[in-house]
Design a protein around this ligand. Structure first.
Ligand code: GLV
Ligand code: MN
Length: 195
């Protein structure tokens, strides 16, 4: 859903001090085939973290050749039981294909209807733009999915981190009222994310 391009390509100059709703292009004379290929999704992500999952991004920030082309991809690795926690992408619809393992993929509409299915290798899913979604590894072993976005920089608002690990922190009074719990519950959750 990014704007249409006005030229064949516009390999990002990520070092530019200006940005105009995207990145300026590096000069055509400096562009080579290297700019249109990216190895960053070839390695398994390190899932040793509280969630047991790792998103390896392939957005314009990692792969500057995507600049202005309106697409990008991620790879997401899961340890057994690993969760890619509830999050949303403000600038893109997401589609994905499961490569390995067994993933519970779910999203929630703005009407609070929950849509979900357990997927295995070769099966695909779609997450409408901006909706909150997650993937949970419900198989015995590891799981792997590749995801694709209609933005060169989809962005991700990860709910647990947004709410409980922001800088500066959201006042407890907001969170106790929002979740209808006492201070100690909010503090316990915040402490899990080192804040
Ligand atoms: C999965 O939800 C991803 O954002 O890559
Ligand atoms: Mn996502």
């Amino acid at each position: 859903s990014d704007p249409d391009s006005l030229q064949d390509f516009c390999v990002a100059n990520l070092n530019s001090t200006i940005s105009v709703n995207g990145f300026p292009c590096k000069p055509d004379t400096e562009v080579t085939f290297h700019d249109f290929f990216f190895d960053g999704l070839s390695k398994e992500g390190d899932t040793k973290n509280v969630f047991g999952s790792k998103v390896t991004p392939g957005s314009v920030l990692e792969f500057p050749g995507l600049n202005t082309l309106g697409i990008s991809m991620n790879r997401v690795d899961f340890a057994p039981g690993g969760l890619n926690p509830p999050h949303s992408h403000p600038r893109a619809t997401e589609s994905g294909v499961v490569i390995q393992g067994k993933l519970l993929v779910g999203f929630i509409s703005t009407n609070n209807v929950y849509y979900s299915k357990v997927l295995t290798a070769g099966q695909m899913f779609v997450i409408p733009k901006g909706l909150v979604h997650f993937q949970l590894n419900v198989g015995e072993g590891k799981a792997l999915t590749f995801t694709a976005f209609n933005s060169h920089l989809p962005g991700a608002a990860v709910l647990p981190l947004n709410l409980f690990a922001s800088t500066p922190a959201i006042p407890n009074g907001v969170l106790t009222k929002a979740f209808q719990v006492e201070d100690d519950v909010i503090n316990a959750i915040k402490s899990k994310f080192g804040s």
